[in-house]
Design a protein around this ligand. Structure first.
Ligand code: HEM
Length: 328
């Protein structure tokens, strides 16, 4: 271990490996069709780095970070003719019992900090800068719940890739050299039926998730009649190689409104991996044996984005600005 105090080091914009935080905001906006709105968005994306510094430097211990990700349609407006290989709109899924909708979104801002007030301040300034050319279509403030549990009571995020496995799972490599270091991002806002979940006994909940509830130990369900969430979300190729994604899910809710949710966010090197996880959850393996987590969790949004690296974002903005009217 070096003697460096990591708590005091600013986190660059677009850092996908930023640490799990106590607080997060997931902000999804659409961009109006006028060229002036696009020009404004390009100029704000160009200054994102400075915006993170302006708020983050006020308390480096707050560990503020922000990742801006761009949806398929906005990508084509900013950079016609040159796009990451797999980038496409979220494809809705229709299972026999449960469906995943596809919902609009041009930009996703994933804002994280140890301090809810820093997330709030950053979002406030960001929206103020973006102005009337964007419309907020979804805004969720998430929080860390005890030992990183979801509101169903299970520890969420344990199997995430760490160390060298993190870039290998979450960041594009040589297979798409122009976009290497970027990441595909899929988000879904889930609402839980807490009353129904509370009615089923803990061993059954554990079989659904694939881990024990209190001490978070993996349950081997190879011979179980029905695969758990953990097993359905495990993707292997014919040679037995596993493909992972990086999840930074956060609970959110308003007990007074009976609103209890999980904001799912997955960063992946290959979009097909996240899509395959969703297929297995909704269609089932074998088909029909869908993820029973969905009997208690309903997705209200579903959107795909691409998170460029910091230099990629700068280059994208500079190229776009050559074709656009100057932003006011
Ligand atoms: C594992 C919760 C949605 C992918 C887990 C675990 C929990 C959990 C508690 C076990 C601990 C862990 O390894 O993190 C949830 C909840 C969801 C949700 C509450 C929404 C209601 C999703 C979705 C995907 C996904 C939509 C993918 C598209 C995964 C993966 C694992 C996992 C890859 C790790 C599997 C392994 O052990 O290798 N999830 N999840 N989850 N989940 Fe989810």
């Amino acid at each position: 271990m070096s003697g460096k105090n990591w708590d005091r080091v600013p986190i660059d914009a677009q850092s996908i490996d930023a640490p799990l935080s106590l607080s997060a905001v997931f902000l999804v906006v659409t961009v109006a069709s006028e060229q002036s709105a696009l020009a404004k968005v390009a100029s704000v994306l160009g200054e994102l780095d400075d915006l993170v510094k302006n708020v983050g430097f006020r308390d480096l211990g707050g560990r503020l970070s922000c990742i801006a990700s761009i949806g398929h349609d906005l990508w084509d407006r900013l950079s016609p003719g040159r796009r990451p290989l797999e980038l496409k709109p979220f494809a809705p899924i229709k299972g026999a019992v449960h469906s995943a909708p596809s919902t609009p979104g041009d930009l996703l801002f994933h804002i994280r900090s140890e301090r809810p007030d820093m997330c709030f301040e950053f979002e406030r300034i960001l929206l103020d800068r973006l102005g009337s050319g964007v419309a907020v279509v979804d805004e969720v403030t998430g929080f860390r719940y005890f030992d990183a549990r979801d509101l169903l009571g299970f520890v969420d995020g344990t199997a995430n890739p760490t160390g060298l496995d993190l870039p290998a799972s979450a960041l594009i490599g040589d297979e798409d050299a122009d976009f290497a270091g970027g990441s595909y991002v899929v988000v879904q806002k889930y609402l839980h039926d807490m009353q129904a979940w509370a009615r089923i006994p803990t061993p059954e909940q554990e079989a659904i998730i694939g881990r024990t509830k209190i001490d978070n130990i993996e349950i081997d369900d190879d011979d179980a009649p029905r695969k758990s969430h953990k097993s359905l979300a495990t993707i292997e190729d014919a040679d037995g190689n596993e493909y992972d994604i990086l999840r930074d899910n956060m609970p959110f809710g308003r007990p007074g409104q009976n609103e209890f949710g999980t904001y799912f966010i997955g960063y992946s090197r290959y979009l097909w991996v996240t899509e395959k996880m969703l297929q297995r959850m909704y269609i089932g393996d074998p088909p029909g044996a869908y993820d029973r987590l969905l009997d208690f969790s309903t997705p209200h949004t579903g959107t795909t984005f691409f998170a460029p690296t910091r230099p990629m974002l700068q280059a994208l903005v500079e190229d776009a600005q050559k074709q656009l009217p100057a932003a006011r």
